[in-house]
Design a protein around this ligand. Structure first.
Ligand code: HEC
Ligand code: HEC
Length: 450
């Protein structure tokens, strides 16, 4: 992937300020538009990234050795899975072709939220991850992170993105499998995350090729004695940060002074985004996110997170803070590469970029007229009937509607088209073909095929 080196980025900074000034003369709100540079991302480390690439694609990290991170964050699906709600452990196939398994191996529940993209999450400003921010940097916590593992979280983690990588293997639905199927699943079901991490570390360390890779990535450590799951997580984080950096979009070139990089309509859309559309009141900064939590009233689909009506609702940020004021709030996502990352919203309720943008413009109406047929949910007889339980419950829908914190914005159809053109201008062309980010084989010898 081509990225500007720091010096050329810095030289361009001067141009950027000149352009920003120029733009601000045109429309004052555009001064909020800024782009990123190398200093925003962690220092590169080839040996760690190489190791992380294998771990990201290796099913060895799942209890039954049948699911990898890439199962749900695949290079052919914009680092997501192309589904509204992911199909974890038990499913077969990739992306929208994935099924829900069969017989006793069939999935037991859908993953309750949409698998987000992994683009740019290594940038230092991403101090919290997950739709509800349940993994976040916290200097008061012993490990430096606030996570569902509490004070017992692994010490020595590099950044929030690396911290996140410790959690999917501890989820029975995502990677561990069902209790009784394997010892990792048993530990996960018992809530013993430390045991999950040590079992998986031992599994990986039993493979010669991995020991060699760890020795290269961590030359100061005794391998395998001193390796913990934190070293696995840091390697995965290093790989994700480097491979899925995506800040060479037409928007970035435009901000560096190449005004021809964006079409006239995209520039108009950008003015709407930073002006009348009020998008930047939440989608602000270099990556179009304030990293905060807001209630938008996106329709609730799928099994939910144990909240509300029959336990099938999802209270979002309240799950983390316990504060009812945070009910239905979800983290503002970055909009980099957003055109590549459908379906959209924390539960993938919307299957077109236009539909999710229109939701913002009139959330109440969009919620009450939501067309459930757009949800991309591979069928599973036992689960299908749960999928719209909450959405079809009038009281739940009214509660959700009353939490909505944005007012309708009136835009013409043409302005909406231009806004979409701007969102497309946030696509880094390098991200259109991510084949080079996938290994041809993994050290465990397990299949990469599905
Ligand atoms: C079964 C599907 C599945 C698997 C397997 C999986 N993920 Fe995810 N991933 C998800 C879902 C769903 C979420 C969002 C969950 C939430 O926010 O509550 C997520 C969230 C994330 C995020 C946070 C993104 C953000 O914007 O906050 C990252 C990073 C990530 N996963 C990386 C990984 C890594 C690394 C692995 C392997 C160790 C992995 N995932 C395995 C489905 C999956
Ligand atoms: C009040 C804050 C706020 C404002 C204003 C806002 N957004 Fe959002 N946006 C969010 C949040 C929060 C989400 C995620 C909501 C969810 O998943 O439930 C989101 C999601 C999105 C998504 C889907 C991203 C994805 O990966 O699924 C798009 C596209 C988007 N916003 C575009 C816009 C546009 C365009 C505007 C202006 C018309 C706008 N937003 C205004 C907070 C806001």
């Amino acid at each position: 992937m081509i990225h500007f080196d720091l010096s050329s980025r810095l030289k361009l900074k001067t141009t950027i300020s000149a352009v920003s000034l120029m733009l601000s003369a045109l429309t004052p709100s555009l001064t909020f538009a800024i782009s990123a540079n190398n200093a925003d991302f962690p220092a590169r480390n080839a040996a760690k990234e190489e190791l992380g690439k294998f771990l990201f694609y290796d099913k060895i990290l799942s209890g039954n050795k049948n699911t990898s991170c890439a199962t749900c964050h695949h290079p052919l699906a914009g680092t997501g899975d192309g589904l509204s709600l992911g199909v974890g452990e038990g499913g077969r196939g990739l992306g929208i072709m994935r099924d829900t398994g069969s017989g006793s191996d069939a999935i037991h529940e859908r993953v309750p939220r949409n698998a987000p993209f992994v683009f740019n999450l290594g940038a230092s400003e991403f101090v919290r991850v997950f739709h509800d921010g349940r993994v976040e940097k916290d200097s008061n916590a012993p490990s430096g992170f606030r996570t569902p593992a509490g004070d017992a979280f692994l010490p020595g983690i590099d950044h929030a993105l690396a911290a996140q990588a410790a959690f999917p293997p501890t989820s029975n639905t995502e990677m561990a499998g069902q209790a009784g199927e394997n010892e990792v699943a048993d530990a996960a079901a018992a809530g013993d995350v430390q045991q999950v991490w040590s079992l998986l570390t031992a599994r990986v360390m039993a493979i010669d090729e991995y020991r060699t890779l760890f020795a290269k990535a961590y030359p100061d450590l005794k391998v395998p004695e001193e390796i913990t799951f934190a070293h696995l997580a840091n390697a995965i984080g290093a790989f994700e940060a480097a491979a899925y950096r995506a800040d060479n979009s037409p928007y970035d070139y435009y901000m560096m002074g190449q005004t021809a990089a964006m079409s006239k309509n995209a520039v108009e859309g950008m003015k709407t985004f930073y002006g009348r559309g009020q998008c930047a009141s939440c989608h602000s900064g270099k990556f179009q996110t304030d990293h905060a939590f807001h209630a938008l009233g996106m329709p609730q689909i799928g099994p939910g997170k144990g909240d509300g009506f029959e336990g099938h609702d999802d209270y979002g940020r309240e799950q983390v803070t316990g504060d009812a004021n945070d009910r239905y709030k979800f983290r503002t996502p970055s909009l980099r590469n957003v055109a590549l990352t459908g379906p959209w919203g924390h539960d993938g309720a919307y299957n077109t970029l236009e539909a999710v943008v229109r939701h913002h413009l009139d959330p109440q109406k969009s919620l009450s007229t939501y067309d459930v047929s757009q949800a991309v949910l591979p069928s599973c007889t036992d689960l299908d009937e749960q999928d719209f339980i909450v959405h079809n419950d009038e009281i739940s829908r009214t509660n959700l509607a009353s939490s909505i914190e944005i007012n309708p914005v009136a835009l013409t159809d043409y302005q909406i088209k231009q806004l979409l053109d701007f969102l497309h201008a946030l696509t880094d062309p390098n991200s259109l073909d991510l084949r080079s980010t996938a290994p041809k084989r993994v050290p465990s010898g397990l299949s990469l095929a599905d």
